[in-house]
Design a protein around this ligand. Structure first.
Ligand code: FES
Ligand SMILES: [Fe+2]
Length: 425
């Protein structure tokens, strides 16, 4: 279940999906970036024409690191002896060999290459067999009443324990809500409403989370609401994605013991703020820290950091033989069972769940997100200002994606967001 390399059952399942690998804007700035995905060392580059190439990281001449090279037209040139490779992996230049009597042997040299695509401010890659499925065009990538940014954080643990969190609604109550209460005041025990029941609904692209919360006997809190799966909810999508509306969180497997968490954050704007999609190349990005650079401690101040700390704290590859599962884990067992079935589907040569192949259906794919109009239409200005004041009072800026769900948002982005939202002082 945790292995991701080629030829492993889960590695083969994962190779049937597209994977986000880097912010498009970062490639515009640096043009060449080493990436590791599903255990494979790769090199991503931005061509002169604005497209991307994704090839093996090591040069097929004498294995030099192509991350030291540079883009030359639409090819990537190795820094060691100048051989160049295009996005399809063909060798297109061998300067010293070509100066000799034989004219070189570039037609005999190839390196591995993979297709890429751009969507939602991200560059995506497909590492599986042909024909590649379509990159799903989920509707949030076209929403236009929010401020979008991409946050990258590498975590020291296996991707599947991160993904299991997407069908674990009880943790909202403890890790986030009650934890915030106690971390703010160690003596406080004014807990939020308790979960009474949880439920899940499978749909074409994943699972909807539902919950029954005891709103009668407890004060209102951030997650103190009952949500029936029929009304939508927080979504857990194939192969490793959580969708809340204010975020899409990708738990991209780097290798068996590391996960690249990519957060696509959508901060809802007041309904009178200027709207419009941010072009993929201009979605800002930043690298969010996992530990506090000053103390070395794992950060616990913001919602997603709390999740990161918990997943990695389970161990690099958690020992599932030592778990004691209960009622709260109905989603976990369901998810594991479905992934075993999906691995078998792929072994039989079938497409796994969530595969999109019909171009006509792949236009702003609608998702059953809870309270969707909040994201698609923006928030009434009065409500926005009221929430802002409440968050400033509580000091919990990270909650709900209103500011940032992760610690470390650069000041210039905070300022840009406040300017667009019309709340700059
Ligand atoms: S190792 Fe790359 S050109 Fe020689
Ligand atoms: Fe969480």
């Amino acid at each position: 279940m945790t292995e991701v390399g080629p030829g492993t059952p889960m590695g083969e399942l994962l190779r049937r999906y597209w994977h986000p690998v880097a912010p498009a804007m970062e490639l515009r700035e640096r043009r060449v970036k080493p990436v590791k995905l599903l255990g494979e060392d790769l090199l991503l580059f931005r061509k002169q024409d604005g497209g991307h190439g994704l090839i093996s990281r090591h040069c097929p001449h004498r294995r030099a690191d192509l991350a030291l090279g540079w883009v030359d037209g639409d090819a990537l040139r190795c820094a060691y002896h100048g051989w160049a490779f295009d996005a399809s992996g063909r060798c297109v230049s061998q300067p010293f060999e070509e100066a000799g009597p034989s004219g070189g042997f570039r037609d005999k040299v190839r390196t591995a290459s993979y297709p890429t695509a751009t969507l939602g401010g991200l560059v995506w890659a497909y590492l599986g067999p042909d024909p590649a499925p379509l990159l799903p065009d989920f509707e949030p990538f076209s929403w236009s009443h929010g401020f979008v940014e991409v946050i990258m954080t590498e975590l020291p643990c296996n991707w599947f324990q991160c993904h299991e969190n997407g069908v674990d609604p009880v943790h909202f109550e403890w890790l986030h809500s009650n934890g915030n209460v106690v971390r703010g005041n160690p003596d406080a025990r004014d807990y939020v409403a308790t979960h009474l029941d949880i439920e899940f609904l499978e749909f074409a692209y994943g699972f909807v989370n539902g919950r029954v919360v005891d709103t009668v006997n407890a004060p209102k809190g951030e997650y103190a609401r009952t949500s029936n799966v029929a009304d939508g909810g927080i979504l857990c999508l194939w192969p490793y994605t959580l969708v809340s509306g204010s975020t899409i969180e990708f738990r991209v497997p780097v290798d068996e013991r590391r996960t690249l968490n990519i957060t696509w954050q959508y901060s809802v704007l007041p309904d009178d703020a200027p709207t419009g999609e941010q072009g993929s190349d201009t979605v800002p990005y930043w690298y969010g820290p996992y530990t506090d650079p000053a103390t070395g401690d794992v950060i616990m101040s913001h919602t997603l950091n709390q999740d990161f700390a918990t997943w990695a704290g389970q161990g690099a590859v958690t020992d599932r033989t030592r778990e004691q599962l209960g009622r709260s884990d109905a989603g976990i067992t369901m998810l594991r069972r479905r992934y075993f079935e999906a691995m078998e589907q792929v072994a039989r040569g079938e497409d796994p769940p969530g595969t999109v192949r019909d171009p006509e259906a792949n236009v702003r794919i609608q998702l059953p997100i809870h309270s969707k109009s909040y994201y698609t239409e923006g928030m009434p200005r009065a409500v926005f200002e009221e929430k802002l004041a409440a968050r400033k009072r509580s000091g919990l800026f990270g909650i709900g994606g209103f500011h940032s769900v992760q610690a470390g948002r650069p000041e210039h982005l905070q300022a840009k967001y406040e300017e667009i939202a019309g709340i700059a002082e």
